[in-house]
Design a protein. Structure first.
Length: 275
């Protein structure tokens, strides 16, 4: 009898162990907005428009955006973005991306916006939405110091021209010189960034370099290069976002309005010698 009781107690204990171990694996469904309960922080997935926005920049587009030896992004656009982010209540991080791949990166969701001196064009409008314009540039043309090449020779397609791949200078040269058979396609030399084109200009591999006027001043500073003129394109820069990010676009426009009306806007222009 004592032995049977012991066996019975053991069986009851085994059953209870199974029951309670099963309860330990049961998880309650996370609270959602539908329950009226506030979700815990562990159940909230970060949203780009409410958390850290990833800003695509060009790493060698001084004075608008650049990345120093320490890996930190600086520049007129970078500081402007920081100002707008603080004003509109979000955080940002800056991600350098090759210029010809920056819009695909935006469309693929790898970044949330492009703030890096991007010209507003009809072709780009088909892919992204732009903020209101915040800057205007033309295309500066430079040659090696002492070169006899003239602006007319550049504009009639009789020289070899270098510029950054995917930029508006490349588009202008392609549309106005190559496509009109004024210049062989091989005479348009494309680079990952314009400083590389200027290096080739100094080395004598190309005859001229065309690029955004505000930026070119920084690139050629202290180098044996001379300006020979400007191609008037009157391009307007804007911040680019995905077309369905309308709320973000509104915040960026609101922030731009405040910044451009603030004394800080003039201070930034002076800091980066924009004019």
């Amino acid at each position: 009898m004592k032995r049977k009781g012991l066996v019975l107690v053991s069986l009851i204990g085994l059953v209870l162990l199974v029951v309670f171990s099963g309860c330990a694996t049961i998880q309650q469904p996370p609270a959602t907005s539908e329950t009226g309960e506030k979700p815990t922080s562990s159940s909230i997935e970060p949203q780009a428009t409410h958390g850290i926005l990833r800003v695509g920049i060009d790493a060698a587009y001084q004075p608008f955006s650049m990345v120093g030896p320490d890996g930190k992004a600086t520049g007129f656009d970078v500081d402007s973005m920081k100002w707008i982010a603080k004003d509109q209540g979000f955080e940002v991080e800056f991600i350098p991306i090759a210029w010809d791949g920056i819009i695909p990166a935006l469309q693929a969701g790898k970044i949330d916006l492009v703030y890096a001196g991007m010209t507003i064009t009809d072709e780009r409008k088909e892919k992204v939405a732009f903020s209101k314009p915040y800057w205007t540039v033309n295309q500066m043309v430079v040659v090696k110091e002492g070169s006899p090449i003239t602006l007319d020779q550049v504009k009639n397609g009789s020289v070899t021209i270098g510029t950054q791949r995917g930029c508006t200078a490349a588009i202008w040269i392609d549309e106005n010189l190559v496509n009109k058979s004024l210049m062989p396609a091989d005479n348009l030399k494309l680079y990952d960034n314009t400083p590389l084109a200027v290096d080739d200009l100094i080395s004598g591999r190309i005859d001229a370099v065309m690029y955004d006027s505000t930026v070119m001043n920084d690139i050629i500073a202290g180098k044996p290069v001379q300006k020979i003129g400007m191609v008037e394109t009157n391009e307007e820069f804007g911040i680019a976002v995905r077309k369905d990010d309308t709320e973000l676009l509104e915040k960026l426009n609101a922030g731009l309005d405040k910044l451009m009306a603030s004394p800080d806007w003039e201070a930034l222009k002076q800091k980066y010698k924009m004019e």
